[in-house]
Design a protein around this ligand. Structure first.
Ligand SMILES: Cc1cc2nc3c(=O)[nH]c(=O)nc-3n(C[C@H](O)[C@H](O)[C@H](O)COP(=O)(O)OP(=O)(O)OC[C@H]3O[C@@H](n4cnc5c(N)ncnc54)[C@H](O)[C@@H]3O)c2cc1C
Length: 390
């Protein structure tokens, strides 16, 4: 049948060749090396060093960043395609990359001076140094504008005091984007500054790793600043503009978080389909039961919607269009979607889904955080409504 009309160039849903190649390369890496290592990561609570080396070799730590700084220049869309595939592996891997690329180094990449980026981005892109993102505090989670960590100017230095908590990769990161109050009288917009901080400098200690419900192999901890001296040339962007940097960075992070949700959900759907075809009860495969079919149909429909949201949001980000509302919608929808999908996949597996051997109970536990970190889904709804009602 002849096409009704030629599709306009601006509406092309096909991934470019380089991203197709990236997708298949990462799929292979996940299937050959990451998925088989999931049980080991779960039991040891560590990512094997050999896998970290392989991730560096593959250039994963620099995927979204500009080639002039040593990155792969894949942009947000390319990064989301990669994270979608990595969503099929243990969450430890996407959390490590997420803390590093999506938010830790992203703050520097988005708003850092050329000098700072020339100096630090190449080692970050190579995976020689790891980054994390330190915004949350014990008394400032959803209300991030209320952070108390203070940065006092002292000549060519800023002196930081305060505590950040639940910081992903805080135990192993070399550097952090740290957000601190430089002028309390100005509030969040004008009074918070972003700093690029060497976490091995004097005055900074790391708390013990938190004991969590899931995410084995990905650790969170406190970062404690006690008269920690940060050179004034390590300010990311302008003094007082740090809250904006944090929000812009989180917009990016929310897209790639959504991409991971899509990959995880796709894997859960595939496992559910395979099991439903294989498992016979009442004399026929459970896939022949409409109740099971409807669960599969809902899973597939939601994944389809989520994937298109992610790609569209990332495409906007790469075109330097404003995408705050899309990022919040992606984060809200994709995370809730992933939690629903893994729940249904577990249900379709019956008792077997509850057993460790299928790996689904791990995904179920790991998925729960998706509705909480990088801004809870209630906060995403607030952002969406605020954008709508502007
Ligand atoms: C595993 C993990 C990793 C993390 N990694 C990082 C990291 O790398 N860097 C970092 O900076 N932070 C990180 N965090 C912190 C995370 O971003 C916060 O936990 C999150 O933003 C929620 O803050 P909170 O835990 O203080 O919850 P709270 O802000 O106390 O919220 C509790 C509940 O109240 C609701 N609520 C709060 N205010 C409102 C409101 N105005 N309207 C409606 N509902 C509201 C919330 O939605 C939530 O349901 C991580 C957290 C975890 C658990």
């Amino acid at each position: 049948m002849a096409a009704v009309a030629q599709a306009p160039q601006s509406l092309n849903f096909e991934l470019p060749e380089d991203l197709k190649l990236l997708k298949s390369t990462i799929r292979e890496f996940v299937e050959k090396e990451l998925w088989p290592a999931a049980a080991q990561v779960e039991d040891s609570d560590e990512i094997p060093a050999a896998i970290l080396d392989k991730m560096s070799e593959m250039g994963l730590f620099g995927l979204p960043f500009a080639e002039e700084y040593g990155g792969a220049g894949m942009g947000e869309l390319g990064y989301c395609v990669a994270l979608e595939e990595l969503g099929r592996a243990s969450a430890a891997f996407s959390n490590l990359l997420g803390a590093h690329c999506s938010i830790g180094a992203m703050a520097l990449h988005l708003d850092g001076s050329k000098e700072l980026k020339d100096r630090f981005m190449p080692q970050l892109c190579a995976g020689d140094k790891l980054a994390c993102f330190a915004l949350s505090e014990p008394n400032a989670g959803s209300d991030a504008a209320n952070i108390q960590t203070a940065a006092r100017r002292d000549g060519d230095l800023f002196v930081l005091n305060g505590v950040k908590h639940y910081i992903t990769s805080g135990d192993i990161a070399d550097f952090a984007s740290v957000f601190a109050v430089t002028d309390r009288s100005l509030g969040a917009r004008g009074g918070i500054t972003a700093f690029w901080v060497d976490l091995n400098a004097p005055g900074i200690t790391r708390g013990p790793n938190d004991k969590k419900m899931g995410l084995s192999g990905s650790h969170t901890c406190e970062l404690i600043f006690q008269d920690a001296q940060v050179p004034a040339d390590r300010v990311i962007g302008k003094i007082g503009a740090g809250f904006l940097t944090a929000m812009k960075t989180l917009d990016m992070g929310r897209l790639s978080l959504g991409a991971g949700c899509v990959g995880t959900s796709q894997l859960m759907l595939e496992k559910a389909i395979a099991h439903a075809k294989d498992r016979v009860q009442f004399g026929k495969p459970i896939a022949r039961q409409q109740a099971v079919q409807f669960m599969l149909a809902d899973m597939a429909t939601e994944i389809y919607a989520a994937r298109n949201m992610v790609y569209n949001g990332a495409w906007k980000a790469d075109r330097a269009e404003r995408f705050t509302i899309e990022a919040a919608m992606v984060k809200r929808y994709c995370s809730d979607m992933a939690i629903r999908v893994v729940d249904r996949a577990l249900q379709i597996h019956g008792g077997m889904g509850f057993m460790k051997e299928t790996g689904i109970e791990r995904v179920y536990r790991d998925a729960r955080i998706l509705a909480i970190y990088e801004g809870t889904n209630e906060i995403q709804r607030m952002i969406i409504a605020e954008e709508l009602l502007k």
